[in-house]
Design a protein around this ligand. Structure first.
Ligand code: PLP
Length: 544
């Protein structure tokens, strides 16, 4: 049977938002969105999961083919919703899984608006006022962290990994000028702590430095870089003639919320420049993709405590804010709004302290003949991406305006308060130890022990005493079992979704120390939900 294409085209046109105002069609669009929301709503229950968590059939997925004919918007919607079944609901008060926030309504609208007319942030010719939004966000965040906003620059990129990629790439060009043109020659290293994000290896690999040239510096009990070891390792590298592309400091580690001493690292860097008469200043990049949000407390009145946080919370907030205050000492830094900024993926901003640093990575115009002939704002001349979406920018802007500084203080303060409560509850149990007591974020790492173990001594013994190797490994397995039980229960709608880290620290004798992990980011979490964690863990202990 033949159908003239024009008949089919009429149907296809209905599937697009209309290019010229058509209110009737707008209601069809909105209605389609509402149907999607209704169907998503039908997947909700009391449990922290949408629909059912069923086994996945990848064999069936591999058999997928392009259908001969299309579906209606309605059928596509139902099909799309089916793919959301089994997802964890990050905003559920029983979700404490990882650094995954629930997005706000405004940030979701931001993503939608920025997707509607497809602005391309490569060039203001293609993005117009969204380019201004990016400049606004850069200035706003530069001021927030304490950079001189007139001198700072920045650009949104493809994730926290992207922000560190920029930092290291800029540092690489400073340490070995001309790499962009001629490639990496010779010996170039990156230094970062063992608690820093594993993207350091990826970045070293993709930049052609090689993952083996990442020098990993041990951390102390606070999960902060040991600065004495940093100094020694950096000196060794310089003595053998290597160049330092970047020192990556981590301001809020993913697992434990460890914060490096940026002031001490900057002092070491400055001393090395003098000692070795370096023709460049090794670049310091601060991976603050989690920690940036604590900058909202830089001018909080901790004595007056106008928001009325509990004393323990106040101490935790102040303890984190103190090192975060040093952020302006970094030459560049990364911010993830899709972490403690409550935006959907991807929304990440890299800031440079001095705008000129972005010039170092600018490509020559001749390489891009069909773009950038005019216009004022052309980030596409130095970004790693070519096309670049505006969704991350509008999502971030939406949330910063929605919350304001005070709103962020409230929400960060609340999740920290909940984490502190969890610690109190856990520490009230003889069978549990908190591993990151010295860290003050929304994440709690803890271990549970079988009956008869003296938890006052076991933590130190497992960390330092090689004679404890067998015991440590046994307890690692024990905690894995506890986690499996708690996780199964959570999936069945009984209890809390936690996560598990296979190596939150390495013992002095080289064995990984595993831990259960609670990362609270839901504004809906409250004291009752915290008590459930402890109840479930004790129950697990009885069952295994
Ligand atoms: C999450 C995280 C990253 C990676 O960020 P993405 O946005 O996932 O690319 C880097 N560093 C730290 C400390 C992180 O927590």
């Amino acid at each position: 049977m033949t159908v003239p294409y024009r008949e089919l085209l009429a149907g296809i046109r209905q599937a697009f938002p209309q290019p010229v105002s058509d209110r009737v069609h707008d209601s069809y669009f909105i209605h389609s969105v509402m149907r999607a929301m209704d169907q998503m709503d039908a997947l909700k229950s009391e449990r922290p999961i949408l629909g059912e968590y069923l086994p996945l059939d990848y064999d069936a997925a591999r058999a997928a083919t392009l259908p001969d004919t299309g579906m209606s918007v309605e059928d596509v919607t139902s099909d799309l919703v089916s793919y959301c079944s089994g997802l964890i609901i990050p905003g559920h008060p029983h979700t404490q899984q990882n650094v995954i926030p629930p997005p706000t309504i405004s940030s979701l609208i931001g993503v939608l608006l920025a997707s509607f007319y497809n602005p391309n942030l490569a060039w203001d010719e293609y993005s117009h006022r969204l380019a201004v939004a990016e400049v606004e966000m850069t200035a706003m965040m530069a001021r927030l962290v304490g950079y001189e906003a007139d001198r700072a620059g920045g650009v949104f990129t493809f994730g926290g990994t992207g922000t560190t990629l920029y930092g290291v790439k800029i540092g690489l060009e400073k340490a070995a000028p001309g790499v962009m043109e001629s490639g990496v020659r010779g010996d170039v290293v990156i230094l970062a702590s063992e608690a820093s994000h594993y993207c350091r290896y990826n970045i070293a690999g993709w930049l052609g430095l090689g993952a083996r040239n990442v020098m990993t510096i041990p951390t102390d009990a606070r999960n902060a870089m040991n600065v004495d070891v940093l100094r020694e390792r950096a000196r060794e590298a310089l003595q053998r003639g290597a160049a330092i592309a970047a020192i990556v400091v981590t301001m809020g580690t993913t697992d434990a919320f460890g914060i490096d001493d940026l002031a001490a690292v900057a002092a070491v860097r400055d001393a090395l420049v003098d000692e070795f008469h370096l023709p460049y200043r090794p670049h310091i990049h601060a991976d603050a993709v989690i920690g940036w949000a604590w900058s909202v407390f830089n001018d909080y009145d901790f004595d007056g405590n106008p928001l009325g946080f509990r004393p323990r919370t106040l101490r935790a907030l102040a303890g984190a804010e103190k090192p975060i205050r040093n952020l302006p000492l970094a030459d560049s830094l990364g911010i993830d709004f899709h972490k403690p900024g409550f935006a959907p993926y991807i929304s990440s901003l890299v800031l440079v302290k001095h705008r000129e640093d972005l010039e170092i990575i600018r490509r020559p115009q001749e390489q891009m003949p069909y773009l950038f002939q005019f216009g004022e704002h052309r980030p596409g001349m130095y970004t790693v991406e070519t096309s670049r979406a505006g969704s991350g920018i509008l999502a971030a802007l939406a949330n910063m305006k929605l919350f304001g500084k005070q709103g962020l203080q409230v929400i960060i303060g609340h999740v920290v308060e909940m984490a502190q409560l969890l610690r109190e509850h856990l520490e009230g149990q003889a069978c549990a130890t908190v591993l990151n007591r010295e860290n003050f974020g929304p994440v709690t790492l803890f271990r549970v022990y079988p009956p008869g173990v003296d938890t006052f001594e076991i933590k130190e013994a497992e960390q330092h005493d090689a004679a404890c190797r067998e015991t440590l490994l046994f307890h690692n397995e024990y905690n894995r079992k506890i986690f499996r039980y708690v996780h199964q229960e959570a999936m069945a709608g009984r209890g809390v979704v936690l996560s598990f880290t296979d190596c939150c620290r390495v013992s002095d004798y080289g064995e990984p120390i595993v831990a259960l992990k609670s990362f609270i980011l839901s504004p809906f979490a409250d004291e009752a939900h915290i008590a459930v964690v402890v109840r479930k863990v004790l129950e697990a202990r009885d069952r295994i």
